[in-house]
Design a protein around this ligand. Structure first.
Ligand SMILES: [Zn+2]
Length: 263
């Protein structure tokens, strides 16, 4: 790491728990951020400023005037531009020493599998159940840590699934996908602007913590934030041994056996 970078990241390097080792680890890491909306905006800015060496951002939508109220990575002059490209431009201006890829599509199928496989940590900053479950399945298949955030109205939540670990629950263990699941989209419900910043910044914090083995990961803890009282609540959850996603993949076969033996 050259002098300019040592200086740039000096406030991280000063942290005993982080140090030069943590900064080098971040520099060598690759993070996939799916969704460059409100959550993605905050997460991306901190991941880029903190010095994650490789960031891949995926979004198929275009920047709209109504996004500017909370999606702080975009600018008035990028209205109409693809969100992944708009975000990449902004992140490049923030940190020219890292590499940033923009995928201009809603990730699915093979493109999703490839992007997840190439990442060390995946951030789900999407806004719908179909995408969330697709991301989860890919992360389970490739044993990648998944940091999941959501925000609508005044309600935010965040958790992570460290799918590198055999005992980690997955998103489906927590929220089994049901055809009649109620979808709450910002477009219809409204969303408090700073809420997405709070949850998105937490997602960046959790991703960095997972990458650098800092503190205790959120695995098995769902943190819920109420934007009206500014209060956090934590709910604990476990892996569902009958989960249709994580108990029945290749690694899951071993898990089921373990549980069968454990009785
Ligand atoms: Zn599961």
């Amino acid at each position: 790491m050259d002098d300019q970078r040592l200086l740039r990241y000096s406030r991280h390097i000063l942290l005993n728990e982080f140090g030069l080792e943590g900064q080098v680890r971040l520099d060598q890491s690759s993070v996939l951020v799916i969704g460059a909306g409100g959550l993605g905006s905050a997460a991306l800015m901190y991941l880029a400023s903190a010095g994650v060496g490789h960031i891949c951002v995926a979004d198929g939508d275009r920047v709209d005037l109504t996004n500017l109220q909370r999606q702080v990575v975009h600018r008035e002059d990028t209205v109409g531009l693809n969100k992944a490209v708009s975000a990449r431009n902004q992140l490049r201006a923030l940190n020219s020493t890292i590499s940033i890829d923009a995928i201009q599509e809603r990730l699915a199928g093979k493109a999703l599998e490839d992007a997840v496989e190439a990442a060390d940590v995946v951030l789900d900053c999407s806004d719908n159940f179909l995408t969330r479950h697709g991301i989860n399945r890919a992360c389970v298949r490739h044993s990648k840590p998944l940091v999941s955030g959501a925000a609508v109205r005044f309600d935010g939540q965040i958790t992570s699934f460290d799918l590198r670990r055999q005992d980690s629950p997955c998103y489906h263990c927590l929220f089994p996908d049901q055809a009649d699941a109620e979808e709450e989209r910002c477009a219809v419900m409204g969303v408090f602007a700073p809420l997405v910043g709070i949850i998105g910044a937490m997602q960046a914090a959790e991703a960095i913590r997972l990458l650098c083995d800092l503190g205790e990961p959120l695995t098995g803890r769902l943190m819920m934030f109420d934007g009206l009282s500014l209060a956090w609540q934590t709910v604990r959850f476990r892996r569902d041994t009958q989960c249709l996603v994580c108990a029945f993949n290749a690694a899951g076969a071993v898990r089921r056996e373990e549980y069968a033996t454990a009785g």
